[in-house]
Design a protein around this ligand. Structure first.
Ligand code: DON
Length: 321
């Protein structure tokens, strides 16, 4: 891990063709962007202290052993979309797989993470790991906003094995610029797919995205999935085996958005990214692994994180196929 993080720190972020996000929505969400646009570091990144040179990686075995490396290892950053995987697991354990499957599909979209990925025939969001599917999943977490938010926060805490803080600035900033997520929530209501109040559901979803994690927290959360639902540090059962397996299945096909196909070919592990700069991946029954590096590509995935996983998977022959 030390060798890989040293190599990555030296790697130019322009190494992939996809670097240099120009998308205003992405920049809005706290993304630093490629080296060329580093001058435009947005407010959110500054507020959460992201630095362009930050790189951190961590690995947590299902026996609880933790390894890590990199200068960004201690830095806490918003978990963002990685929370979607945990909300999905919580919904499955609350309602059962059959019901959740009848509400949210499990198909890759090939579209951007904030696209209107709603099946025109079934009216189901295509999967729970894009915004529209995560908003619908969040609505399943309880009858009221406070219940839903508390349940999600409790699941994130249990998976990390410690109470995670909310980054209030990210939360408030995102809530104030949530037009697109609100639009997705209203489309769910218009399609007859969701009855809950759109603003309340989006409020809870955004709170889940603004929870702060370190790369070590993320490795433990990934290890909780890899172990079949039990947190390897605390021994707490966070998810049933069925839920953990389903979360990993959907991560395999949908976790990296419109880069999911490349990811399966190049890395071959179930994974989930967040625009805070984190990526988690799991080798089932072995370990969870996570990376943090805040510069993102056009898909909203960490550039150096993707490079890390490509090399890590190749060097240790971890591709599942
Ligand atoms: O709702 C949003 O757009 C953000 N809070 C989360 C997006 C995200 O992390 C996409 N992942 N790469």
């Amino acid at each position: 891990l030390d060798r890989l993080t040293t190599e990555l720190s030296a790697a130019a972020c322009t190494e992939t063709d996809d670097a240099a996000p120009q998308d205003a929505v992405l920049l809005d969400r706290g993304i630093i962007g490629s080296a060329e646009v580093a001058g435009e570091i947005p407010e959110l990144s500054r507020l959460s202290g992201a630095r362009e040179d930050h790189v951190g990686v961590a690995l947590c075995g299902i026996d609880g052993e933790i390894l890590g490396a990199g200068n960004g290892r201690e830095h806490a950053f918003p978990v963002q979309s990685i929370s979607k995987a945990f909300a999905y697991g919580a919904a499955i354990d609350l309602h059962g797989m059959e019901h959740v499957d009848s509400v949210v599909d499990e198909e890759p979209t090939g579209e951007e993470f904030n696209a209107l990925s709603l099946d025109p025939h079934t009216k189901k969001p295509k999967n729970p790991l894009v915004n529209i599917g995560a908003i619908r999943t969040h609505a399943m977490l309880g009858a009221e906003q406070s219940e839903r938010t508390q349940r999600l926060r409790a699941v994130l805490d249990a998976a990390a094995g410690r109470p995670l803080e909310l980054h209030r600035e990210t939360f408030e900033e995102e809530l104030g610029t949530a037009d697109r997520n609100l639009a997705l929530a209203y489309m769910l209501r218009a399609a007859g797919s969701m009855e809950e109040d759109a603003a309340e559901v989006v409020g809870g979803y955004v709170e889940g995205c603004a929870v702060l994690t370190t790369v070590t927290d993320l490795a433990v959360m990934a290890a909780t999935l890899a172990s079949g639902g039990t947190n390897p540090l605390t021994g707490e059962r966070v998810f049933s085996r069925v839920a953990a397996r389903q979360v990993l299945s959907v991560m395999m096909t949908c976790g990296m958005y419109d880069n999911a196909g490349d990811w399966v070919s190049d890395v071959g592990l179930p994974a989930k990214s967040g625009v805070g700069g984190g990526i988690i991946a799991a080798l089932p029954s072995r370990f969870g692994v996570a990376s943090y590096a805040p510069q993102l590509d056009l898909h909203g995935n960490s550039v150096r994180g993707t490079l890390f996983f490509e090399r890590f998977s190749a060097d240790f022959a971890l591709h599942l196929l």
